[in-house]
Design a protein around this ligand. Structure first.
Ligand SMILES: C=C(O[C@@H]1C=C(C(=O)O)C=C[C@H]1O)C(=O)O
Length: 375
C-alpha cells in the first residue's frame, strides 16, 4: 500500500472505533467512494417503501425487524476526512464500549465444522421435502459461520483495499453504523441501478467454479433452471408495474473464483420517486429466497434456523436525482470485535444434492475467507 492508502486505512479504522455511520464502496470499473453522516444517528426505517424519494447510503436486511431495521446514512460529507483524522465533527454517536462490542458479538458461538455440516444437512432435508412435494419450486438455503479473529489488529479498511484489488468484477463495500455494526462484502449481484429514464436489474443464479481461470461454457439444466426462476420472477414483478424491460439471454459472469449465469433487464421508469416501491417488489428475488415469494420467504425465516441479519438484504447508494447503485448483500461478513461472521447460501431445487450444495456454500465463503486469513 502507498503511504496515502495507509493513512486512509488508519482514518477508516478509526471511524469504526468511533462508531460513526459511514460507507465506503467501489462499483466495478470505478474508483472507491465514501459517504458519512457527521451528526445525529443514521435514519432507521421499517418498510422498504419508506425509501421512496429518499437518498443516501442504504443497508437493508433480508427481513426487516426491530433488531434489523433498514438504515439510511445521510451523506453529510463525501470525502474521507484525511486531514482531520479523529476530529471529524460528530454528535449523537459515541465510541464502542466493550459492552457494546460484546452486544454486537452476541450471535457468536463457534461450533466445530462437523456440527456445522450436520446442521446444514438437517436443514437441507427439511428444505428439500416441500420442493419434492412440489409445494415450492425453488428455495435458497443459507448458513453462517463464525471465525474467531486470529489477531487483535485486523484492519477492516485494509481488507476493503485487498478486496478491491482481488475482486475486480464485484461491488465491494465496507459499512459501519451503530445499528448494524461493521459489514464488508464483495457482491456480483445488482438489485437496482440507474438514473433518469434508464434502469437496470439482473437475474443472477447458478454457480460453478472458474475452469483454469476461465468462464465455464457448459451449464447443466439445474443451474439454468435456477437462473430462469429468477428471470421469470423479475419479468413478472416489472410487468405488474406496467414496465416492459429489454432482456438479454443468460450468459456466464465472474464473481471472484466463481461464475454465475446472468441475464440483464433494462427498462425506463415513469417515476424515480418510487424506487422504494420497486425495491419492495424486487426484494427478495428467488436468487436469495424462493418461489413462490411470500410462502418461501416465510418458510426460510421459520426453518433456516438462524437470522440472516443483513446478509441477502441490499446495500448501496440511493439517489433518485442522480445515479443509484444498489446490490444484493452477498459474499459478505459481519466484523465483530473478536470474530467474523461469514454468510453464504445457494438455490435448492427438488433435484439438488446435499454434498454439492454444502460445497457451494463453502466455495462462496472463500470470497471473505481470503480477506481474513492472511491477516
Ligand atoms: C445466495 C448466494 O448467492 C446467490 C445464489 C446463487 C446460486 O444459488 O447459484 C448464485 C448467485 C447468487 O444469486 C450467496 O452468495 O450466498
Amino acid at each position: 500500500m502507498t503511504p496515502d492508502e495507509l493513512r486512509a486505512c488508519e482514518v477508516i479504522d478509526a471511524l469504526i472505533r468511533q462508531n460513526r455511520s459511514f460507507a465506503l464502496w467501489r462499483i466495478p470499473g470505478e474508483s472507491p467512494r465514501f459517504a458519512m453522516q457527521t451528526s445525529g444517528f443514521a435514519r432507521l426505517l421499517y418498510n422498504i417503501e419508506e425509501l421512496d424519494g429518499q437518498s443516501g447510503f442504504v443497508i437493508a436486511p433480508f427481513h426487516v425487524s426491530e433488531q434489523h431495521p433498514i438504515v439510511l446514512i445521510r451523506p453529510d460529507i463525501r470525502e474521507l476526512p484525511l486531514d482531520k483524522g479523529e476530529d471529524v465533527p460528530c454528535s449523537g454517536n459515541k465510541s464502542f464500549t466493550l459492552m457494546e462490542q460484546k452486544f454486537h458479538a452476541r450471535e457468536t458461538k463457534v461450533p466445530c465444522k462437523g456440527n456445522l455440516k450436520e446442521d446444514y444437512n438437517r436443514r437441507f432435508n427439511s428444505f428439500i421435502e416441500p420442493l419434492r412435494r412440489k409445494q415450492f419450486e425453488k428455495l435458497v438455503l443459507s448458513r453462517s459461520q463464525t471465525i474467531p479473529a486470529g489477531k487483535a489488529d485486523f484492519s477492516p479498511a485494509a481488507a476493503f483495499h485487498k478486496a478491491i484489488r482481488r475482486y475486480k468484477y464485484s461491488y465491494v463495500y465496507l459499512c459501519h453504523t451503530p445499528a448494524t455494526g461493521t459489514w464488508l462484502g464483495c457482491t456480483p449481484e445488482i438489485i437496482l441501478s440507474g438514473e433518469k429514464g434508464e434502469w437496470h436489474t439482473v437475474a443472477l443464479a447458478g454457480t460453478q467454479p472458474l475452469q483454469n481461470g476461465e468462464l465455464p461454457t457448459e451449464w447443466d439444466d439445474k443451474n439454468r433452471e435456477e437462473q430462469e426462476y429468477v428471470a421469470f420472477y423479475i419479468r413478472k414483478q416489472l410487468q405488474a408495474l406496467g414496465i416492459k424491460p429489454t432482456e438479454t439471454a443468460p450468459a456466464p459472469v465472474r464473481a471472484g473464483e466463481l461464475s454465475h449465469l446472468k441475464s440483464d433487464f433494462s427498462f425506463p421508469l415513469p417515476d424515480n420517486k418510487k424506487l422504494g416501491d420497486l425495491l419492495e417488489r424486487l426484494h427478495p428475488t428467488p436468487a436469495v429466497c424462493g418461489l413462490p415469494k411470500e410462502e418461501t420467504y416465510r418458510f426460510i425465516r421459520e426453518n433456516e434456523g438462524y437470522d440472516r441479519s443483513y446478509y441477502s438484504g441490499f446495500i448501496g447508494w440511493l439517489a433518485p436525482e442522480e445515479k443509484s447503485d444498489l446490490y444484493v448483500n452477498l459474499r459478505c461478513m459481519n466484523i465483530l470485535a473478536d470474530a467474523f461472521v461469514l454468510y453464504a447460501g445457494g438455490g435448492i431445487l427438488a433435484s439438488s444434492e446435499t454434498e454439492s450444495e454444502w460445497l457451494e456454500t463453502e466455495a462462496k465463503m472463500q470470497t471473505m475467507m481470503h480477506l481474513i486469513l492472511d491477516f
